[in-house]
Design a protein around this ligand. Structure first.
Ligand SMILES: Nc1ncnc2c1ncn2[C@@H]1O[C@H](COP(=O)(O)OP(=O)(O)O)[C@@H](O)[C@H]1O
Ligand SMILES: [Mg+2]
Length: 376
């Protein structure tokens, strides 16, 4: 526990300069892309349902979740908490992250996924359903690195909520997201009776916006997600919230963009960018000093652009494209896909330098939202 606390404190310290750096980059980009300041505040604003009320102590405000369901229109509010605390829907106060003792009280109720590296289970804690991540003890040496990734950006509406962890037992407890991962979007829409609703197309584009927002945020923090080398894998790392927003969940392989993603994760060579193979072999250890810095920076920019190469596939998946036939299943989404065609074509340019960056992708998605779905 001590070690974990040190990890999280250190992470907190790191977060501040990266955050400032990110804001600086965003500021410069705003000048470059002639995006007005209101667009930028929308791009990185907290999500619409969330409101800040300036409460003291470990509360930082109130989060309200609107249930997007064709039959119900409910809103649940619960406190937003500081780093180290959590609140789940239905809770009226923030609590410190659960520790090993409290985690041992959790009753396991089912399996969500048995993976090679970890098992994802469901459990009950004080009348709440939670997700229980049990990492294989063979990965014990790497666990503190994985844990640090989960804690790094907490709390943040772009990331799945951490409820607690036990470092000795390689356990992490998370909020449970019943709509599961975004690869299962169509099932989730069917089950919520939303698939044919008027709001479905706007909701699909909102997921493109959310995804671009997460990628732009990570790039601003100098990070990339590895283990995203085919569409089903990438989209299964992101979960759907009750109101059909996207959160990054599986951050096991979140890493600094200046070192290459391990090549053994690459599977689908059409889904990954053409330069990926070469990039994965790139090392900056043969050079020193300023040259090493330039080498690492070049690699970082290349990895960002490799993420951008994948963005159209992710967005089109959310717009109902069948990954096998490439057919867009939802007729109303065709208009949105058409609007994004030029941007998506640029993301697929062979020369990574000619591709837009994630911030530009995000700003175009936001423009599409404004032009196609703004109220008359
Ligand atoms: N907090 C959660 N709530 C609901 N389902 C979850 C949660 N975490 C994971 N899952 C489900 O388990 C799957 C595997 O989780 P993930 O963390 O991606 O593990 P893996 O290491 O096997 O990729 C997810 O794609 C999702 O369907
Ligand atoms: Mg995963």
């Amino acid at each position: 526990m001590m070690l974990a606390t040190v990890v999280s404190v250190r992470m907190c310290r790191m977060y501040i300069p990266y955050g400032l750096l990110a804001s600086g980059i965003i500021y410069l980009l705003s000048a470059f892309y002639t995006i007005d300041s209101s667009t930028f505040s929308t791009m990185f604003a907290r999500r619409p349902f969330r409101s800040q009320h300036g409460v003291s102590g470990n509360l930082t405000g109130t989060t309200c979740l609107g249930t997007t369901n064709s039959t119900q229109n409910q809103t649940t509010c619960f406190p937003s908490c500081e780093h180290g605390y959590f609140a789940l829907p239905g809770m009226s106060a923030c609590r410190p992250w659960l520790d090993c003792d409290e985690i041992s009280q959790i009753r396991i109720t089912g399996y969500l996924k048995k993976g090679g590296m970890k098992h994802v289970l469901m459990g009950r804690w004080e009348n709440q359903t939670i997700a229980y991540l049990r990492f294989q003890t063979t990965f014990k040496n790497h666990f503190s690195k994985y844990l640090a990734n989960y804690l790094l950006f907490q709390p943040n509406p772009l990331f799945a909520r951490v409820v607690g962890y036990c470092e000795q037992k390689c356990l992490i407890v998370m909020e449970y997201y019943p709509l599961k991962n975004s690869w299962m979007l169509e099932e989730a829409l069917w089950e919520s009776n939303l698939v044919h609703s008027n709001s479905a197309t706007a909701l699909r584009l909102q997921l493109c916006v959310d995804y671009a927002q997460i990628v732009a945020f990570m790039h601003g923090e100098g990070r990339i997600m590895c283990d995203t080398n085919n569409l089903s894998k990438l989209s299964s790392q992101y979960l759907l919230t009750d109101d059909f927003r996207l959160v990054a969940a599986d951050v096991d392989h979140l890493q600094e963009a200046s070192s290459p993603c391990p090549v053994w994760f690459a599977k689908d060579w059409r889904f990954v960018s053409p330069e990926t193979k070469k990039m994965s072999r790139k090392k900056c250890t043969h050079v020193v000093g300023l040259q090493q810095r330039a080498c690492a920076d070049e690699l970082k920019q290349l990895q960002f652009k490799a993420d951008v190469w994948k963005m159209p596939d992710v967005c089109l998946l959310y717009l109902s494209r069948n990954p096998e036939t490439n057919e867009i299943m939802d007729a109303r989404s065709e208009r949105v896909a058409g609007y994004l065609d030029t941007l998506h074509g640029r993301c697929k340019l062979r020369d990574p330098r000619k591709r837009p960056d994630a911030v530009e992708v995000l700003s175009t998605y936001l423009r599409a939202q404004k032009e196609l779905f703004a109220p008359e």
